[in-house]
Structure formats: C-alpha cells, structure tokens
Design a protein around this ligand. Structure first.
Ligand code: DP6
Length: 322
C-alpha cells in the first residue's frame, strides 16, 4: 500500500481568485494554466496497518498543526473512498522554494491526491483525480492534467475540474522563474481569496473573464505569442488590482517584484519579447520564446535583488513513478 509520485507546479495565465463555494472550492470563474516540466513535488504515501496516527514530513520536517490537518483531511477523503482505516506516512519534497508564490499547495495537493489514491489501491480517472485534488487546494486540480489546462468552473463537486486544452507539445514556450526571496508570505491564498469580494473591482473583473478566456484559448491555438503574453500580463495586474483594493488590502509584492515587472516591460521595448505574471507571493514568472531565452536569463540575473532564475518549460500533469 505504497506509491511514489511527482506532480508539477502550474502557472496560471488566467487566474483563480474568488470562490463561489468555499467548502467545495468552486471558483467564481473558469481559469487556465500551464504545467511546468521540472518544478514540482515528489511525494511518497504509504498506508500502514499498525500506525497509530498519520505522519507527515514536508521538506524533511515533520509537520503539525494546520499544515498537517490539511493533509490528514485529504487522506480522510481518500480513506473514505477506498473504505480503509489505516493511517499513512506521507513524505513530500518540493524542488523549489515553498510559500513564496510558486504554487506549492497546487503541486503538493496534486501529488498527495495521486499518491494516496494509488497507495490505497484506487484507480481514478483523470477527471476524478482532478476533482479530488480540487478539494485539497483549488489550483491543485490543474496540476493533474497535461500541458495547457482549463479548470472549468462548473457549479457542483461533480462538474468543477480541470481538463487539458492543448498538450505539452502544442507549443514549446519557456518559463523563467525569477526567485527574489525565500521569505514566506504572511497571508495564504485561501485566506486572501476569501476577501476578494470586498474589492469594488471584483465584479468588474469577473464580468470580463469568459471573454478573456475565450480570447487567450484562440491565441494559444494560433500560437500568437504577443497576444497570449499581453492577455496574461494584463490578467495578473487585474487580479492584483483586486488584491490591492480588498479589505484588508493585500500587497504580495516586494520592491524587487515591481523592479522585475518594470524590467520585463523595458526588455520588451528593447526587442526581447517577454511577459510576466505574479501569484500570491513576491516571485515573478516570465514567459518567452526559445529564441530570446538565453538573452533574457542574462538580463534578469543582472537585476538587483534576483537570487536565481529557474528555467522551465511546459510539461505533463501528475504521474506515478514505476
Ligand atoms: C493566486 O489554489 O492556493 O495562485 O483553493 O484556497 O487552496 P485554495 O487556493 P489556491 O489559490 C491560487 C491562487 C493564485 C491564482 C491561480 O493559481 O490561479
């Protein structure tokens, strides 16, 4: 009753910020992301007969409190589905900085969903795995699926899940992860998102979402890099406009974050086309075409405050190690 899995980080081009059902984690709007090839979480889950309590180790540290509760709750969902009561040992490792806006809860919960169901002897469909991951952390449902992924919002537990809209080989764009600080954010996405509706801009944001999603899917289909980039960057700023004006206000950026965002816009003017997006944290994700990658890595490295650049590309969803 043991399984070892890998689940990728995913980067949202069209964001999820606001739930219509808190408990079921149903998003207010459908959204879209890409899975990364390298950045992600490796997790081993083992159900053991004589274990008294679940044991959870994340990044080599035994966790307790709220962090552990979230994992145990998810294990309970799987135990219920498989009709077992054995406790589990979960060992999970991220190959990237955690809690700094790089979606560790997405890759972590996706890995836990696949690992725990496999270890429990279940063989769920991709859709059902995505639905299960969603209950652990909304954006995790997108890390279950290959390549370019749409999370169709739906309106119930049954029909809110992620599906692949283009596979990873559709278009080989590069994603540069700009690490600015390892300092953990103070307010989690879940907590921050719960107040999204207090921004007077929230309603306006949501009104434009369906149209935006339709436009970006067409641009991805046409491989129109400028249009995809423009929509993505504008969408990130749109979400942050809501965050900034929520009550209480959420400012996830550091001065360095703004520095990188402005530099990206300058690089574009100088002829190296690239676009940014930012989640709930200080670090910046930059998207570019292969022809500009080397040049941009050098330019980004030179910005004051940049610790490292992780190079990545579009990859598959969660999978089992055999
Ligand atoms: C800003 O999926 O972490 O990264 O469902 O409450 O666990 P919960 O939230 P989570 O939120 C991610 C928010 C985001 C945008 C996105 O990835 O779409």
């Amino acid at each position: 009753m043991k399984a070892r899995v890998f689940a990728p980080v995913n980067v949202a081009l069209i964001k999820y910020w606001g739930k219509s059902d808190e408990k079921l984690r149903i998003p207010v709007n459908s959204n879209l992301s890409v899975c990364l090839e390298k950045l992600g979480t490796e997790t081993t889950v083992e159900f053991k007969k004589h274990l008294k309590r679940d044991k959870v180790v994340i990044n080599k540290k035994k966790v307790s409190g709220r962090e552990k509760d979230r994992v145990v709750k998810h294990l309970d969902r799987v135990r219920k589905m498989a009709d077992i009561d054995w406790k589990a040992e979960v060992i999970s490792e991220n190959n990237f900085p955690t809690g700094v806006g790089l979606s560790s809860s997405a890759s972590g919960m996706a890995a836990l969903s696949l690992g725990a169901t496999k270890a429990a002897g279940l063989d769920l469909s991709e859709k059902d795995l995505s639905r299960l991951a969603r209950l652990g952390s909304g954006s995790a449902c997108r890390s279950m699926v290959d390549g370019w992924v749409e999370w169709v919002k739906g309106d119930s537990d049954k029909n809110s899940y992620a599906k692949s809209v283009f596979n990873k080989d559709h278009w080989d764009l590069k994603i540069l992860v700009v690490v600015l600080s390892q300092k953990k954010k103070k307010i989690s996405s879940s907590k921050g998102m719960a107040e999204a509706k207090t921004s007077e801009f929230f309603k306006t944001r949501i009104k434009g979402m369906e149209n935006k999603l339709r436009k970006i899917k067409q641009a991805i289909k046409d491989k129109n890099f400028s249009l995809v980039g423009k929509i993505m960057e504008n969408e990130a700023l749109n979400m942050h406009a809501v965050m900034l004006t929520q009550r209480p206000s959420l400012i996830y950026w550091l001065p360095e974050t703004v520095r990188v965002m402005k530099a990206v816009q300058d690089f574009r003017e100088e002829g190296s086309e690239c676009y940014f997006t930012v989640n709930t944290g200080q670090n910046v994700l930059v998207i570019c075409e292969e022809k500009n990658e080397e040049k941009l890595v050098k330019k980004l490295k030179n910005i004051n405050g940049v610790i490292e650049i992780r190079r990545d590309r579009i990859g598959r969803g969660a999978r089992l190690f055999t």
